[in-house]
Design a protein around this ligand. Structure first.
Ligand SMILES: C=CC1=C(C)c2cc3[nH]c(cc4nc(cc5[nH]c(cc1n2)c(C)c5CCC(=O)O)C(CCC(=O)O)=C4C)c(C)c3C=C
Ligand SMILES: [Fe+2]
Ligand SMILES: [Fe+2]
Length: 336
């Protein structure tokens, strides 16, 4: 049978994996940060205030004051490779492509900013991917991260006549492979320190307290990660929540307050990890490695070490091969 001349070419079927992270500005200047924050903070999964109330506050106050302050913070962590969140996510995608081989196309996208989820899904489809695993790289599920990443992907699919088949990566907060990767990474980082930490603080990004009561599993999943990490590590592990935003009550205990309390309790030497972030970013490198360190030392602490995220380390690649391989079962011949 000959196809009519306007019939689309049918590419060879391929499996694709799209690694998704939160997103970051294109540059560490107020204009780029403003554009990024406008998109991020207009997401109703992130700020659950009715738009008629919220948008005037966002446009009239937050977007006129915060971009300059945040741009300064971004400029302290920006590198010649760009934003840490973006280059670590890109490095992870490249390392996963090498690990998974030619049979799978591995790509990456950001929920806010660039490269957008819609643009990379379109590129994967054009490259022939007819089965795509969406992998939001958040170990703990929350509406404000995992769900909105999937929402954006499904919104892009909505515009496609011929959609690829889709799977989504579930949260992996209690997966033995995630806890093992954290253990390897944390112990390797601690081994390089010139002091012995009295304790580890696991600091997670915060969420409004009300999300817990509305049924978001983020808090409970973070608590479970810490319990499993405690069992896996041989030093005391404390837990806290950072990055408070806005006036509402957020999850507690708060990170800087926890550091001050630990000093009061006699902890002088601390290591801080951020197991809820798959990649280093503003919130880990500026808020923890720079600012929280200052707080700890000013309260009487003696040694502070920030331990990097999994990023594109070999521990991370081993973890993602396991998690993604399992979700791709039946699509490719990969041990699960
Ligand atoms: C890892 C999980 C994250 C959760 C949960 C989360 C919730 C959440 N965040 C905000 C507001 C902001 N977050 C900002 C930066 C930021 N947040 C995460 C991750 C989570 N956020 C990451 C990885 C980053 C870093 C991005 C980067 O470019 O490096 C910011 C922007 C920076 C700033 O101006 O401070 C805001 C704002 C809310 C309101 C929220 C829960 C509802
Ligand atoms: Fe955030
Ligand atoms: Fe922050």
């Amino acid at each position: 049978m000959t196809l009519p001349p306007d019939h689309p070419a049918i590419p060879a079927p391929r499996v694709g994996v799209l690694l998704i992270n939160l997103g970051t500005p294109d540059a560490p200047d107020a204009k780029s940060v403003r554009r990024y924050l406008a998109e991020f903070l207009s997401d109703r999964r992130v700020v659950e205030i009715p738009p008629l109330l919220w948008q005037p506050i966002l446009r009239g106050i937050i977007l006129t004051t915060r971009p300059k302050k945040s741009a300064h913070a971004y400029s302290q962590v920006w590198t010649d490779r760009g934003s840490p969140l973006a280059f670590h996510t890109r490095d992870t995608a490249h390392a996963m492509q090498a690990a998974m081989g030619d049979g799978v196309t591995v790509d990456w996208a950001m929920r806010y900013g660039n490269p957008s989820i819609a643009s990379r899904l379109a590129a994967m489809k054009a490259a022939g991917c007819d089965r795509i695993l969406l992998a939001p790289l958040y170990p703990q599920y929350s509406g404000a991260t995992t769900a909105t990443a999937n929402d954006a992907a499904f919104a892009a699919l909505k515009a496609m006549r011929w959609q690829p088949a889709i799977r989504t990566l579930p949260p992996y907060h209690d997966d033995p492979a995630y806890i093992a990767a954290l253990k390897v990474s944390i112990e390797a980082s601690i081994a390089t320190l010139d002091f012995t930490p009295d304790a580890l603080l696991a600091s997670f990004h915060g969420m409004p307290d009300r999300t817990l009561h509305l049924g978001d599993p983020y808090h409970c999943q973070s608590v479970k990660t810490v319990r499993l990490l405690r069992d896996a590590l041989s030093l005391p592990v404390h837990m806290s929540f950072q990055s408070r935003f806005g006036r509402a009550k957020w999850l507690e205990p708060e990170t800087e307050a926890t550091l001050a309390k630990l000093v009061q309790q006699g902890v002088r030497n601390i290591a801080v990890a951020t197991p809820g972030f798959s990649a280093d970013c503003l919130e880990t490198l500026e808020e923890i490695a720079l600012r929280a360190k200052e707080v700890f030392l000013s309260k009487g602490g003696e040694n502070f070490a920030y331990l990097p995220c999994l990023n594109a380390s070999s521990a991370a690649i081993t973890l993602y091969q396991r998690l993604l391989g399992r979700e791709l079962s039946g699509w490719i011949n990969q041990p699960g």
